[in-house]
Design a protein around this ligand. Structure first.
Ligand code: NDP
Length: 253
């Protein structure tokens, strides 16, 4: 995507990022802070979140507060408690990036372990829904909120071996579409990003044989992440966007 945002694109916007401790989420948090946002970091590892927060401080940007929540154990109650804690520090949320995700096992359906299947659904679908429900009141306080889910190419077309992960990403696309239809896009827009193959730990575990140097880095795919959180995407809703349009799904050649 060729998009050159203004450096103050996200000034006065408060944006929460899940899975902000590593990979694409970490980069998104740093990028949003660079473009002026006040960033709220969510993850399960306090040490990693503190180090992202320290990096944001070192950039001389708005300090980022972090909160821990293990999405594997998240309940509607723990998500509500988190939303209440966030609400004590922030008047509203202008953006939420649901980025945290779990890959599960890349094996045929007959070999998918039921317990791993359920874990992938808990993290990628159930917790994302509980969190969305709890955070919606804060998002609806924004004059133009943006709710962004993270999908995948296997969340649009099924692929052999991608089992629980693919099914969870189809559910994510569905959650996005239902929510987009429920809100007036002037108040809340709801969309999905498919990052496309990106150099992270998750990608390396899915494609251990691949040459990671041939992949885009999280920093390379940030233009779409910025566009969806800023005013330039106002009124766009119910869409699923590719951060790397035209990229062929699968291993880098
Ligand atoms: P990483 O594995 O690098 O990072 C995943 C993030 O999610 C980490 O911050 C991790 O926390 C967090 N997380 C995982 N499980 C939990 C949990 N139970 N509770 C709280 N946080 C959790 O993945 P990527 O950056 O590659 O992926 C980001 C998103 O992009 C995912 O939704 C993924 O499905 C999607 N995606 C990625 C692609 C790629 O090529 N990289 C391609 C298509 C989609 P911790 O640091 O503690 O491990």
């Amino acid at each position: 995507m060729h998009y050159q945002p203004k450096l103050d694109l996200l000034t006065h916007r408060i944006i929460l990022v899940t899975g902000a401790s590593d990979g694409i989420g970490r980069e998104a948090a740093l990028t949003y802070a660079r473009y002026g946002a006040e960033v709220v970091l969510l993850g399960r590892n306090a040490q990693k979140l503190q180090s992202v927060s320290d990096e944001i401080t070192a950039l001389g940007k708005n300090p980022a507060r972090w909160f821990t929540l293990d999405l594997d154990n998240a309940t509607p109650e723990s998500c509500q408690q988190l939303a209440d804690a966030i609400g004590q520090h922030y008047p509203r949320l202008d953006g939420v990036l649901h980025n945290a995700g779990l890959l599960g096992d890349i094996v045929p359906m007959t070999e998918q372990k039921p317990e791993v299947w359920q874990q992938v659904m808990r993290v990628n679908v159930d917790a994302t829904f509980f969190l969305t429900q709890a955070l919606l009141p804060l998002l609806l306080k924004s004059a133009g909120g943006s709710l962004v889910f993270t999908s995948s190419s296997v969340g649009r077309t099924g692929r052999s071996g991608w089992g629980a992960y693919a099914v969870s990403k189809f559910a994510t696309e569905g959650m996005m579409q239902v929510l987009a239809d429920e809100y007036d896009s002037r108040h809340l827009r709801v969309n999905c990003i498919n990052p496309g193959g990106t150099r992270t730990k998750m990608r390396a575990s899915a494609f251990p044989e691949e040459n990671a140097n041939k992949l885009k880095t999280p920093a390379d795919i940030m233009p779409l992440y910025l566009w969806l959180m800023g005013d330039d995407s106002r009124r766009k809703t119910g869409m699923t966007y590719d951060a790397q349009p035209g990229r062929k799904a699968g291993a880098a050649e």
